[in-house]
Design a protein around this ligand. Structure first.
Ligand code: NI
Length: 182
């Protein structure tokens, strides 16, 4: 089922999300719905708070980058209770978007490599390094679990320049191709 996506201004996006365990109700349905919602909205990552659930879960789908990087062809992943244990490499700029900010794109600088400990959808534990676009998506989605939004990683000046655009989102004054919620 495609779920509505909570946009900037929704209190759930500013909360620190809670860890979950195997007993979380209907977890597999939620994960399936998040993949469906992300695909519907043409997203490459989606965190549970963006569908109104303040829990430490996000999904990503980097398969759209398989043209440049064939190993990403089937790169669809689930991260439960992730912990970023190391960041490495140079800070790289990239024009990021976020489904909670319809049509807003801004350059964000992030480390190029990330080490994450996490559980997958079967609650198997992993400890892995990622780089490139996947490292970026992981850092962006992990921020959502901390209640941190990508615009908070912009310079003060840049945030001032986009302040009116941000205000319009909080007032529902925007268009998007997917269902949203405030
Ligand atoms: Ni986002």
């Amino acid at each position: 089922m495609v779920l509505p996506i909570y946009v900037y201004g929704s209190p759930v996006l500013k909360k620190t999300a809670d860890e979950i365990d195997k007993t979380y109700p209907d977890l597999q349905t939620l994960i399936a719905d998040m993949f469906e919602t992300m695909a519907y909205a043409n997203g490459i990552g989606l965190a549970a708070p963006q569908v109104g659930k303040s829990i430490r879960l996000f999904v990503l789908d980097a398969s759209a980058f398989a043209d440049e990087n064939p190993e990403l062809k089937n790169c669809r992943k689930v991260f439960i209770n992730p912990i970023i244990s190391e960041l490495a490499g140079e800070k790289v700029g990239y024009n990021e978007g976020c489904l909670s900010f319809p049509k807003l794109h801004e350059d964000v600088y992030r480390e190029s490599r990330v080490r994450v400990e996490y559980f997958d959808d079967n609650f198997e534990k992993h400890d892995e390094w990622f780089d490139g676009i996947v490292a970026r998506i992981i850092q962006h989605e992990y921020d959502h679990l901390e209640g941190k939004l990508f615009v908070e990683r912009l310079s003060t000046i840049r945030r001032k320049l986009i302040a009116s655009k941000l205000k319009r989102i909080t007032k529902g004054d925007f268009s998007s191709s997917y269902k949203t919620k405030l």
